[in-house]
Ligand binder design. Structure first.
Ligand SMILES: Cc1ncc(COP(=O)(O)O)c(C=O)c1O
Length: 404
């Protein structure tokens, strides 16, 4: 697919925003992307035409049931799963707490759960909470020089009582892509692999079977959708998972983990976001698995090409230090960096005043940033999306050069 960034940009109403007379440049994608018109329309259409709760014998309620099924189908297409393996929730963090509580019921005191220092707190906190039930939680280190996971340390922590490994597919702070299939091969067969795919999903084609995970979590607002979390659970494990469940709630997966009324309009928007990922140029391509894989690959190639300019530009500015993997290592188009003598907040404020949106601090990847110890303000983070342009990168680099 030949990338046509203008065709992509035309679909995003937010991209017409101006700040101080200049077009806004959204480099804040790892914190949440902008949404295309079709996501907005789907949310709106749901609320106007189909707004109801589930289970009623009337048009809007039946339409809601179809919306929910449509969203399960769409996310299943995106992840290479089946609709019965896809659940929804408020966000990834809330779903992961529900998941960890359920998995805890399968564990005995003294059983071991592994997490990593590379991960977002959303894939650490829910597992650390299990210590209250006598579960032993250990964290795998990373190599500070390139923020790759220390697989020798992981190997050394594996033992006969290791029951769960919770690990991110990609770091939202520095962009490291973790080799999940290789990790799966290291794990005993009965050890559950819980993958945080929040930062990975917008940047790489996902196939949960190839990744080898039992559970995979993502958030639609990071891939052009509304603020909704989604969970894949491998059928064999998910269908028996002892979740928190109200008496009238369905016992079967995926409903068994979905407590309360879901965000139906958000789910409608999520299906539309997946439709965008199959058809990012707006050429009327169907939301098939094949189209998703092809389009996300093209999106990734475009982003990676842009990222090369951004990375090389940053690397060439004296006083700038990029933390994380080198350009040729597996990584997403997200950079965490510091500027000598410039506080991260000051840099991000200056960028913001110039209409360039980015983030500073730890981005909830708190352990990672603490271990890197870049100074009290943390890191500056920029991440690319398929609607960013070379012109935006030039503007960005000029400001960083001035600051440095
Ligand atoms: C890698 C990663 N994991 C988990 C989360 C948490 O997702 P949510 O906001 O949906 O709870 C985020 C959010 O920034 C993230 O970037």
């Amino acid at each position: 697919m030949k990338w046509d960034v203008d065709a992509v940009r035309k679909q995003f109403p937010a991209l017409t925003m101006q700040v101080a007379g200049r077009p806004a440049a959204f480099f804040d994608g790892p914190g949440g992307t902008q949404v295309p018109e079709r996501t907005l329309e789907a949310v709106n259409r749901y609320l106007v035409e189909t707004n109801a709760n589930r289970g009623g014998p009337f048009r809007t309620s039946e339409g809601t049931e179809e919306t929910i099924l449509g969203a399960r189908r769409a996310v299943a297409t995106l992840l290479g799963a089946s609709p019965g393996e896809i659940a929804f929730g408020a966000n990834m963090t809330t779903l992961n707490y529900a998941l960890s509580r359920a998995i805890a019921r399968l564990l005995e005191p003294g059983d071991e759960v592994l997490i990593t220092d590379l991960d977002h707190e959303a894939n650490r906190g829910p597992w650390l909470a299990l210590q209250a039930f006598g579960i032993v939680v250990r964290s795998v280190r990373f190599h500070p020089e390139d923020c790759t996971l220390d697989s020798e340390h992981l190997q050394s922590l594996l033992g006969p009582r290791t029951r769960v490994l919770a690990v991110s597919c990609a770091s939202n702070a520095v962009g490291t892509i973790v080799d999940l299939p290789a990790i799966r091969r290291m794990l005993p067969e009965e050890c559950l692999l819980v993958a945080d795919g929040v930062h990975y999903t917008p940047h790489r084609p996902v196939d949960v079977k190839t990744l080898g995970c039992d559970f995979f979590l993502c958030s639609a607002y990071k891939f052009f959708g509304p603020h909704v979390g989604a969970l894949y659970g491998r059928r064999e494990v998910f269908s028996e998972l002892p979740t928190d469940r109200l008496r009238p709630q369905k016992e079967t997966a995926p409903d068994r983990i979905e407590t309360g009324t879901l965000n139906h309009e958000g789910m409608a928007g999520t299906a539309a976001a997946v439709a965008f990922m199959a058809d990012p140029l707006g050429r009327g391509r169907d939301a098939t698995r094949e189209n998703v894989l092809e389009a996300v690959t093209s999106m990734a190639n475009y982003e990676d090409g842009l990222f090369e300019s951004l990375y090389r530009g940053l690397e060439g500015i004296p006083g700038v230090t990029i933390h994380g993997p080198k350009l040729d290592a597996p990584r997403t188009p997200t950079a965490g960096f510091t500027i000598r003598g410039v506080d991260a907040r000051t840099a991000v404020e200056t960028l913001g005043q110039n209409g360039i949106f980015s983030w500073d601090g730890h981005f909830y990847a708190m352990t990672l940033v603490e271990k890197l110890d870049p100074g009290p303000g943390g890191l500056i983070r920029v991440g690319l999306a398929p609607y960013n342009t070379r012109g935006e990168i030039e503007r960005f680099l000029e400001i960083i050069e001035d600051l440095a």
